[in-house]
Write a protein that binds this ligand. Structure first.
Ligand SMILES: Nc1ncnc2c1ncn2[C@@H]1O[C@H](COP(=O)(O)OP(=O)(O)O)[C@@H](O)[C@H]1O
Ligand SMILES: O=P(O)(O)OC[C@H]1O[C@](O)(COP(=O)(O)O)[C@@H](O)[C@@H]1O
Ligand SMILES: [Mg+2]
Length: 490
């Protein structure tokens, strides 16, 4: 897909166990780069701010719950405007690209990068690359100005278009070089950030003064290190409409069952938060928590109990839940999308058929099942108010970082403060719901659903996966397969 790279972390240590995992800087591979005073110091809007510039030494701790004797963990460079910048306004030729699946707030990020570059740093030349990575060499570009992007935050999707696959590193960097682009803003998920990382490596190899900056996008909230991804709140909010509809339908008929399928390929955050927010959900199924249908402790037994008690029930499931059961019963072949992501089977349809089969044929019960699949509806909407503010902060942070000469980084809030994060930290693993954390316990206690775990599994999983005392800072996993323990709210 791309040129192979070997990433070397940039670690700075200090007194009292201080460890900074820094992001690369243009001056790491280009010597004698001139610096300039930050134009923001003459900006009337910002002149009232007492301490506007971030101190060069400011860092953000990734671990905030620590014990007397525990290590302090890794720090990341704090995002924000620097006194000295490495680009002159007239010199900058920026581009923006959006890749991967849609997510509420994409247009807001584009808008705010354009406006941030223009209003804060006086940049006039900004190009939108159409249709994702392949747009660098196979599609048109759109000149972006504050006027062009003025209203786009009110629309879902991305005005630039997006795509999967088509990442050809050499062709992309050739296009960047040929067009004289020197700031590249790349908005996308885990796949996109991997792509951005190889673009950065190739640019460094060619010795170009080009800042490569990522803005993490994932509706599934599966990107680690950052507190949460933009668009997630909007998606959870939008999912309420589908759950409400399912509830109204189910309540109105005899033994009404509502099945709602939400996005969440490998991580069930949307389903978990939508369930917790709704209070109408009786069972939430996510990829991280294997379940089974038949027999004692299984889904069907629980459903029959709920129907007897309540006359109706609602199941919310993430699209990635129960995929192993599905492939067992349907003997399907693994298929992939253009980016190499596994294509999932429709678990909502499968479970709906299995439920109907069990209750009507085997249990001879009358049931009324309605399957609601709002998956694309929850990500095609514009960002809500809080996501829009969040997108603005992300966009400003990334622009400040590129102007300060940082490169090969992505940006996001870490324990409430925006930080610059090396690409490999957000691509080396996935953020997943940890079913031995308190948040999942809250969910189980709110729905009353079975955990589908046998006491033996719980003991083994506690012994194997958890540290002796719970220090939740994403340090309990080392690769893609093991989950990062992260609670959005504690
Ligand atoms: N390992 C990788 N190296 C280079 N490019 C990648 C890699 N993985 C994905 N990409 C590219 O990133 C883009 C988006 O990836 P995809 O997985 O579809 O979405 P997302 O970024 O939202 O996870 C695609 O154009 C894809 O070709
Ligand atoms: O847009 P597609 O190709 O239909 O893919 C749908 C997938 O995209 C997502 O919305 C997000 O995936 P990415 O963020 O990795 O692009 C998943 O929840 C879903 O499985
Ligand atoms: Mg992805």
């Amino acid at each position: 897909m791309g040129l192979s790279t070997k990433y070397e972390p940039k670690i700075v240590t200090g007194d009292a166990g201080y460890v900074l995992e820094d992001v690369p800087h243009l001056s790491d591979y280009i010597s004698n780069l001139p610096t300039y005073p930050n134009p923001l110091q003459d900006n009337p809007a910002y002149s009232v701010v007492k301490q506007y510039f971030v101190n060069v030494d400011d860092t953000v701790a990734q671990k905030i719950v620590v014990h007397k004797t525990s290590p302090r963990g890794i720090h990341l460079r704090r995002a924000g405007p620097r006194q000295k910048v490495y680009f002159e306004s007239d010199e900058v030729h920026a581009c923006i690209v959006t890749c991967g699946g849609l997510c509420p707030g994409l247009n807001t990020v584009i808008r705010e990068i354009v406006c941030g570059l223009n209003y804060m740093y006086g940049v006039k030349r900004i190009l939108g690359i159409e249709g994702g990575y392949k747009g660098f060499y196979a599609r048109n570009t759109i000149p972006l100005t504050p006027k062009v992007v003025n209203d786009i935050h009110k629309r879902g999707g991305t005005i630039l278009g997006t795509s999967r696959g088509g990442h050809d590193t050499s062709k992309i960097v050739d296009s960047i070089q040929d067009r004289g682009i020197n700031q590249v803003y790349i908005i996308g998920g885990d796949g996109t950030q991997k792509g951005a990382s190889v673009i950065y490596e190739e640019i460094k190899r060619r010795g170009l003064k080009v800042a490569v900056a990522g803005i993490p996008k994932t509706i599934d909230n599966d990107i680690p290190v950052i507190d949460k991804s933009f668009g997630f709140d909007t998606a959870v909010e939008e999912a309420q409409r589908a759950i409400n509809a399912a509830h109204v339908e189910a309540e109105s008929v005899e033994n009404g069952i509502g099945v709602v399928k939400l996005m969440g390929r490998y991580s069930g955050f949307i389903a978990m938060y939508a369930t917790l927010a709704s209070r109408d959900v009786d069972c939430c199924l996510i990829p991280e928590s294997p379940f089974y249908l038949e027999g004692p402790g299984g889904l069907f037994e629980y459903m029959e109990k709920r129907l007897k008690e309540n006359g109706h029930m609602i199941i919310v499931m993430a699209e990635g839940a129960g995929q192993e059961l599905l492939s067992e019963s349907m003997h399907t072949m693994d298929q992939q999308d253009a980016s190499g992501n596994k294509l999932l089977q429709d678990v909502g349809l499968w479970i709906s058929e299995s439920i109907k089969d069990h209750f009507t044929k085997k249990r001879k019960m009358i049931i009324n099942l309605k399957y609601i699949d709002p998956t694309y509806m929850i990500r095609a909407v514009p960002g809500n108010a809080s996501d829009n503010v969040y997108c603005t902060l992300l966009a400003h942070s990334v622009v400040h970082g590129a102007f300060a000469g940082y490169t090969g980084f992505t940006v996001g809030p870490v324990n409430g403060r925006h930080a610059y994060i090396p690409f490999h930290r957000v691509t080396e693993k996935q953020n997943k719901v940890v079913i031995t954390d308190r948040m999942w316990a809250r969910l189980l206690s709110s729905t009353n659903q079975p955990s589908f775990l046998k006491p033996k599994d719980i003991t083994v999983s506690k012994r194997e996966k958890e540290p002796p005392t719970q220090l939740l800072d994403g340090e309990n996993c080392t690769d893609d397969r093991k989950p990062v323990s992260k609670e959005l709210v504690t």
